[in-house]
Structure formats: C-alpha cells, structure tokens
Ligand binder design. Structure first.
Ligand code: SAH
Ligand code: SF4
Ligand code: F3S
Length: 449
C-alpha cells in the first residue's frame, strides 16, 4: 500500500475537475486521484468552468472510446481559446495515457500532461512543476509498478453509502481481442489486510455497502487467501451490510466460490460473468478457455446453489471469422441463461492484440445488424423475467433520491435489480420490504408493504 507523496500543500489550492470514462476501475481511480490531490492542497470541483485543471481519465477498450477522448481534448482546447473555460492544464490519465502517451503529449492529442494508471501519486509534483515552470513539453509518466495500489478515501467518493473498492489491478488473462493487459499491466493484488483496512475505513465513515472491483476479481490470489477466502473475510466486517463484486471470469468460478456466495448473507446473489460468445469456435479463438456447455453448467450450478441469483454479462459480436451460425450460438446462450442485463459490443480491433492480426472480416453493417438482433433478444428475455416479478415482495436497499419524479427514491434488490419507489420518504441506507407493481424499461416500480 502506498500513500501519496506529500508535497508542500499549495496555498493557492488550484481547482481540479476530473472527467471519467471507461469502467468502474477508472471511477475508483478518479476518487483516488481526487484524494491524492486534495491531500496535496488541491481542491476538487464539479464545475468544469471553474476548474484550473481538467483531468480526463480515459479508456482504450474500443477504438471509439479513444476517438471520443481526442475530440474531447480538441473541444476543451477550443473552449479555453474562447475563454469559456479557464483551465490552463488539460491532462490525460487512465488507459489511453498508458497506450498512447506519445500521440497525446506531442502529436494530434496535445494534452498538457499525461499520467498512466500507476503514476497518480506523482500527479501533485507533475502539476506543481507545470504550474510553476510552464515547460514547453508536456510531462509524461507511464509504466507499471509492482507496489502501486491506490486507496480512494471515503471523503473523495461522491456518495456515502455504497463504495467501490479495487482489490487488484491488471489482468493475467490474454483474451485475444483485449487491450486491458497492456494498459493495466499484469495482475497485482492488494493484500487482504489492506483491503480489510480500506473497507473498515468506509464503514467507519458511514458506508454500508461495497463493490469489490478488478478486471477479474474472481482470480484474486494472495499468499493466504483466494477470492472465496477474501469474501468470507470481508463478510466478517462489522457494520458492512452488502458486498457485490465485478467482474467474474467464468474459469475462476469454482464450487467453493459459489458455496461462499451462497453461505454469506451479505454477499449479493448477482453474478456478472461475461460470456463474450456462445460459439465454441469463437471462444477458442478469443482464448476464453471455456465452452458454451461449461458456461451453462456454471450458470446451472449457481442457480441450484444460490437462491434468487441473477446474471449479467458482456458479449462481443463480429469477432474475426464469426459466421452467422456462430452468432446464432450466442443468441441461443442468451436465451438459455436469461440474463437480467447484457452489455453488447461490436468487435473493435485493438492494435497490438493477437486478434488484430486476424482479418476483421465481418462488415460493419453485419456487426450492427447482429448487435441490434442481440439487443432485441435481450429485451425480450428481460420483459419475460420482469413480468414474473410483478406482484412479488422483495427487500430493497435505498440508494438515494431519484432524479424523477419528485418525491421518489431509487433502491436496489439484493440481486441487483433497480426499483423506483414513488412518494416514499425512506432515506439512503434504509432496507425496506416492497411489493413490485410494475416495470418501466429496466427499473421496477415498487410500493412499501
Ligand atoms: N475483465 C472483464 C472486462 C473487460 S473489458 C472480462 O474479462 O470480462 C469489458 C468488456 O469490453 C469485455 O467484457 C468485452 O465484452 C468488451 N471488449 C473488450 N475488448 C473489446 C474489443 N476489442 N472490442 C469490443 N469489445 C471489447
Ligand atoms: Fe481483457 Fe480478458 Fe483480461 Fe477481461 S479477462 S480484462 S477481457 S484480457
Ligand atoms: Fe477501459 Fe481501461 Fe477499464 S481500457 S474498460 S478503462 S481497464
């Protein structure tokens, strides 16, 4: 565990606006960056126009995500030129900083600072130098470190009841389409003691719920504990009411882990286990190391052992060589599993990954058509699942006021389904019993029983 370098606090307290893209690991890191900068005399602001420094925490997972950032930098620079924002520093952090530092610092990007995912403790020094010396060249810090683990302090986190806790970083799988092992580096664990201390801090600050995070949390392995052991240990923390985790890799989900989820009352019965494809031929070329049959066995075992378990997953359509028949296997899998939610993506070739050497031979039109078909099927699956819930009573944890309508609160069932309670005066953290009366899109409507 590293604590940030404590630099001389800046009396002028420059205001930092952080814009976060990508996955929850980036959300967590943005909180960590906020914490590091606040401890070094900077202030965090939620108002872009007020910021002296804008940091973009970026994602490289698909080409479009990177395009978005290059245009966002252009847009911010233009706002600055026209005095619509005052930020003198527009910096880039996150996965793109790691992968495209050169292009960002010098080339088309023209960012004022580039800091990769293991370099955030250097941000105060880098920013101080930028502010004081105004160098002509953008400072760049990248590269992966063994020891670097962040703690997002509770005070830097936007809500106070539910917190993210990254338990390891990087990934040792090498799925052939994926850029994450390059941008995040190899898998490196936080120690169980550090994780427990962090969660105890969250509970001490009033939090009751954590989501344990990692590219593959289920592959967590310290010398003393695997993920099942860690879950058992975290579940012993006094005052912690709910534990969720993301993402699970189907290959790490063994029976002892499923048993731990089933045994532990505070571990929510919801599994996010991306399948990516239902075709064994495609799965093999993706190097996912399971088949649709073993995946379905896993789902069946979880259903048998964990009451009320729900599933969500990710899918990629149009992987190189994916035929119509391969795609039909994906639809079959989605129909069989009956996910609550799927996150569906068109394959995007990432430079340097093994799949990028394969011919990207499914046309964009075909990818779009498959994506639409998959989304439509999942909508049907969800409509059926939702209809089955109407009239049931469920325990929900209240997450806060809903944006709309006035007087409504948003809540979540233990198995991660969203519920809107209209005209309800329950407050964040309350756990109440409700009857499900309807469903609007992916959110149930409930009333107190
Ligand atoms: N570690 C997780 C998630 C990784 S990234 C896992 O193993 O499942 C989140 C999702 O983005 C992936 O699950 C995958 O569905 C999608 N994804 C990753 N690389 C992609 C690519 N090159 N093109 C399209 N989608 C991709
Ligand atoms: Fe990427 Fe695969 Fe690692 Fe997930 S498991 S982060 S998809 S390489
Ligand atoms: Fe994107 Fe990096 Fe997360 S590539 S999905 S922000 S690990």
């Amino acid at each position: 565990m590293t604590s940030p370098v404590l630099h001389d606090a800046r009396p002028d307290s420059p205001r930092v606006f952080i814009e976060t893209y990508g996955c929850q690991m980036n959300t967590y890191d943005s909180s960590a960056i906020g914490g590091i900068l606040i401890r070094n005399g900077y202030t965090r602001t939620d108002v872009l126009a007020d910021a002296d420094i804008v940091l973009l925490n970026t994602c490289s997972v698909r080409e479009l995500a990177e395009h978005k950032i290059f245009s966002r930098i252009g847009e911010l620079r233009s706002l600055r030129r026209h005095d619509q924002i005052r930020a003198e520093i527009i910096g880039v952090c996150g996965c793109m900083a790691e992968r495209l530092a050169g292009a960002l610092a010098k080339g088309t990007g023209r960012a004022d600072l580039v800091a990769g995912v293991d370099q955030y403790d250097r941000l105060p020094v880098m920013l101080d130098e930028l502010i004081e010396k105004k160098p002509r060249r953008a400072p760049v810090a990248t590269g992966h470190l063994d020891h670097m683990h962040y703690v997002a302090p509770p005070e830097a986190y936007p809500t106070n009841n539910s917190h993210l806790v990254t338990i390891h970083k990087g990934c040792d799988y090498r799925c052939t389409y994926c850029i994450v092992p390059e941008t995040r580096g190899p898998q490196r664990e936080k120690t169980p003691e550090a994780i427990i201390a962090e969660i105890e801090g969250i509970v001490g600050a009033g939090g009751a719920e954590v989501t344990l995070l990692g590219q593959n949390v289920t592959a967590y392995k310290s010398p003393e504990l695997d993920f099942a052991g860690l879950l058992r240990r975290v579940a012993e923390i006094d005052g912690l009411d709910r534990i969720r985790f993301l993402t699970g890799h189907p290959c790490d989900m063994d029976e002892p882990l499923i048993q731990a989820i089933a045994d532990l009352e505070t571990v929510c019965p919801w599994l996010h286990i991306p399948a990516q494809s239902g075709s064994n031929r495609v799965l093999k070329r993706m190097k996912r190391f399971y088949t649709s049959e073993t995946y379905l066995d896993l789902v069946a075992t979880a259903r048998r052992m964990i009451p009320d378990v729900t599933f969500s997953g990710d899918f990629i359509v149009g992987f190189p060589g994916e035929t119509r028949d391969d795609f039909l296997r994906t639809l079959e899998l989605v129909r069989e599993v009956r996910y609550d939610q799927t996150f569906n993506f068109k394959y995007s070739a990432r430079p340097g990954t093994p799949a990028a050497r394969l011919e990207d031979d499914v046309s964009l039109e075909e990818k779009k058509a498959r994506l639409a078909e998959l989304i439509a099927l999942q909508d049907d699956v969800w409509t059926e699942l939702a209809a089955d819930e109407i009239g049931r009573t469920r325990w929900v944890a209240v997450e806060g006021k809903a944006r709309r309508p006035e007087g409504a609160v948003k809540a979540r069932t233990l198995n991660n389904r969203k519920v809107l309670l209209k005209d309800c005066d329950a407050v964040t953290g309350d756990v109440i019993e409700v009857r499900i009366t309807g469903c609007e899109s992916t959110t149930f409507i409930g009333i107190l029983v």
